[in-house]
Ligand binder design. Sequence first.
Ligand SMILES: Cc1ncc(COP(=O)(O)O)c(C=O)c1O
Length: 428
Amino acid sequence: MADRRQFLHNMVLSTGAYALSGLYVDSHKSSLPANEKEELKDFSQFAKEEDFWTYITQSYTVSPNIINLNNGGVSPSPKMVQDAVTRYNSLTNEGPSYYMWRILDQGREPLRRNLAKLAGCSPEEIAINRNATESLNTVIYGINLAKGDEVIGTKQDYPNMIQAWKQREMRDGIIYKQISFDFPLEDEEEIVSRFEKAVTSKTKVIHITHIINWVGQILPVKKICLMAKKYNIATIVDGAHSFGLMDFKIPELQCDYFGTSLHKFLSAPIGSGMLWVKKEKISSVWPLVCNDKPQSEDIRKFESLGTRSFPIEQGIGEAIHFHNHIGSQRKEDRIRFLKNYWANQVKDIKGVKLHTSLKDNYSCAICGLSIEGKTPAETEQFFFEKYKIHTVSIVWENISCVRITPHVYTRISDLDILVEAIQTLAKK
Ligand SMILES: Cc1ncc(COP(=O)(O)O)c(C=O)c1O
C-alpha cells in the first residue's frame, strides 16, 4: 500500500511537471512507458484508483457542463498538449519559414523515434501525417494492383476507405468484395473463416478494421493476417481506434500496412496521423502526393504534403509523453473498466440492447446501445436535451444504435448520469 501511495504521488508530480515544461526540446525526451517499469507491472486493480484518474481528468480542459461520450469521433488533448501547440504556433508566427522549417522541424526525427518506440517498430517504418484517412488512402491508391485483382473488405469498414476502394475499382478495374458481419461476434475463428471463405486465387489484399468504429467490435487482426500470409495476400489494417487505446505493438499484428489517427485515443492534436509500412514494402508503394523518388525505400517519401501545421505535428510529442506516463496497459484497462462500468449496469434492463460484446477480447472503449421503441436519433436527442450527454447515433448497413465512448478523462460520476438517463428512457 505504501508503495502504491508513493507511486501515485510520483506519478502526479511527474505528470504535473510537464505542465511547466517550456521548450519543445523537452517534449522529445524519450520517457520509459510507465507500464514497462518493473515495479509497476502488478497493478491489476489500477483501473479503479480514482485518486490517480481524477488527476488525469484534471489534466484535460473538457467542459464540466457537457458530458462528452463521443470520444470515438475525435478526442480532446490534455492541457499540456494544447499548450505545446500554442507555444509552437506563437513561435511559428515570429517568422514562419524560419521557425517552422528550420527550428520546429528539427523535432521531426525525434518525434518519429518516439512514435516508433510506442508502435514497437523501426523509425524507418513511420510516416507522420494528418489522419487515418490520409494514411490508408496512401496505401489504397499506392499499392500496385492490376485489373481483375481482388480486394476483400467488409460492409462495416469506415466509409472513407470503402469509397477509396470503390474509386480504385472504377478507375483500375480491380474487384472490391465486401463481406458483412452481424456484430457482436464472440468467435474469433468464425471471423477469420468468414474472411478466408472470400479468398480466391485473385485475392491480393485484405483490408481489416482493427476496431469497428460503429460498435467497437475488436477483430482478431493477427489471426486474419496469418491466414492471409498462407495465400500471399497483403494486409492493410485500419487502426484508427486501436492505436493509443490498446496495449500492442504494430509488428505483432503481422500486417503489412497500418494507418491510424493520433487525435483519437492518443489525445494528440486534432489533425495528426501516422502511417506504418513494413520496411520491405515501402519501395513498392507510390506516394499519394508526389515526390522526386516515388519508388524510394525511404518512408519520408510519404511526407511530401506541402505546407501544413508543424505546431500540430510537434504537439504529438507531448501526447506521447502523457500517454507513456499513464502506461498503455493501464490506459487500456481503465477505459475498458469505464465501458464495463456503465454497460454492466444497464445490460439487463428491459428494452435495453447492447450491440457490443463485453468480453475483453472483443471490445474496449466503444459500446453500442439501443432502447426498444426509440430510434438512435431519438435516443441521442434525449441524452443531450435532458442530460447534456453528447453521444452519436449510428445507422449504417445492419447497425442501428447509439455509440458511447468514454476516454481516460471520463468521470465515474458522469457515467452514473448516463446510467440514469438510460434507465429513465427505457421506462418511458
Ligand atoms: C475505423 C475508422 N477508420 C478511419 C477513420 C478516419 O479517421 P480520420 O477522420 O481521423 O481520418 C475513422 C474515423 O472515425 C474510423 O472510425
